[in-house]
Design a protein around this ligand. Structure first.
Ligand code: PLP
Ligand code: COI
Length: 364
């Protein structure tokens, strides 16, 4: 064990946790991101002292100075991962160390202090254990949201000298309302999500702030999500507002956009590339243009497309809408490759299928 693993966590149990019958009612149909647990984790960082004051404490509002740098310059990063209730009654996480690594990459890009992987994992595990009764049964899970933000009252533009790392947890069901069979996506021809040299490859709040106008445009056009093209040629498909994308062709091969520095390196994406390849499928990480997408959908060469991510799991894409015309993939519903990959991924996450890659971390 190194010194970082020894960061002591003080436990302050909630004096008045949500009553069992109220919690049971809240867990019935939680939706996404609205039902929160009793506790949170907080850890402070200050210049000269480093990480300290780790606490598992009652979830409550945070008090911020109006001059807090995060409110002005958006120095903030976050992660998203889930805790699952397994068939044997245990609790597991899926590749949480990958979230810890990505959190470190995000911190570096935003000129923030790097949280040790062991501390990140400890924080997650402690929160899941204390709020284990909030993990919904059935297809639900406990969505964990670690985040870190500048916490110094100072209006000069430079990295903050203080930070707060927080983990909250939310009982969730499907990300898309009604657990849709296939989603529709709006092609953003005007707005781009990120550009070379920007922050597209990390998970900072600013990326999402910049995507909201495009997502709102998608909603206005009756679509579930926005799909972004590259910022230079406005031609190459990058990713959705909060998910990566895959295409499935008639020969059973898959294509997903490469990690060019402008898209988020999704953990679901990486896992699906491995799973598909281990089944003998060809997976190409290569650029795919919007004109080709349209042509392949029309000719039938493209059989399926799906979005993937922690929140969305795997969501088939049925329809693409744009100012240049709409098109449908296959019959507009899900397809066999999408469904098989989803069953495999979810089966591994929930301990129902052998975890050959040792991705699952059992914590109870
Ligand atoms: N792309 C974006 C923009 C996201 O917000 C997410 C969600 O975290 C993903 C991709 C998928 O990443 P992951 O599979 O690690 O959840
Ligand atoms: C996730 O899948 O964890 C995401 O962050 C996507 C979205 C909810 C922001």
């Amino acid at each position: 064990m190194n010194a970082e693993q020894d960061l002591p966590f003080l436990h302050h149990p909630h004096p008045e946790p949500v009553a069992v019958d109220v919690r049971t009612a809240m867990l019935k149909n939680p939706g996404f991101g609205r039902v929160f647990t009793d506790h949170m984790v907080t850890i402070r960082w200050t210049e000269g002292r480093g990480w300290h004051d780790a606490q598992v404490r009652p979830r409550e509002a945070l008090t911020l100075d109006p001059a807090n740098a995060v409110l002005h310059y958006a120095q903030e990063i976050f992660e998203g991962l889930k805790a699952y209730r397994t068939k044997d009654g245990g609790i597991s996480l899926f590749r949480p160390e990958q979230n810890a690594f990505r959190f470190q990459a995000s911190a570096e890009r935003l000129a923030m202090p790097v949280l040790p992987v062991s501390t990140f994992l400890q924080a997650i595990e402690q929160l899941v254990k204390v709020d284990a009764d909030w993990i919904p049964g059935g297809e639900g899970s406990l969505y964990l949201r670690p985040f870190m933000f500048a916490n110094e009252a100072f209006l000069g533009v430079r990295p903050s000298s203080e930070y707060l790392f927080v983990v909250i947890a939310s009982a969730v069901g499907a990300y898309f309302k009604g657990g849709k069979k296939a989603i529709s996506v709006w092609l953003s021809e005007h707005y781009t999500r990120s550009a070379a040299g920007g922050t597209g490859a990390v998970k900072c709040g600013g990326n999402y702030a910049a995507s909201l106008i495009a997502q709102a445009e998608a909603s206005r056009n009756g679509c579930d999500q926005v799909v972004f093209l590259d910022s230079k040629d406005h031609r190459w498909v990058e990713e959705l507002g909060g998910m990566n994308i895959f295409f499935v062709f008639e020969d059973g091969s898959l294509v997903t956009p490469p990690l060019s520095g402008t898209i988020l390196p999704g953990i679901t994406r990486a896992s699906l590339i491995s799973l598909a390849r281990s089944e003998g499928r060809e997976v190409r990480e290569e650029r795919y243009g919007i004109d080709q997408w349209r042509a392949d959908a029309a000719s039938g060469k493209l059989r399926e497309a799906f979005a993937c991510g922690t929140a969305a799991v795997i969501s088939p894409i049925g329809e693409i809408k744009s100012t240049g015309g709409d098109f449908t993939i296959g019959d507009g519903s899900s397809g066999p490759v999408t469904e098989a990959l989803k069953a495999k991924l979810v089966g591994i996450q929930r301990g129902e299928i052998a975890d050959e890659n040792i991705w699952v971390r059992k914590i109870a």
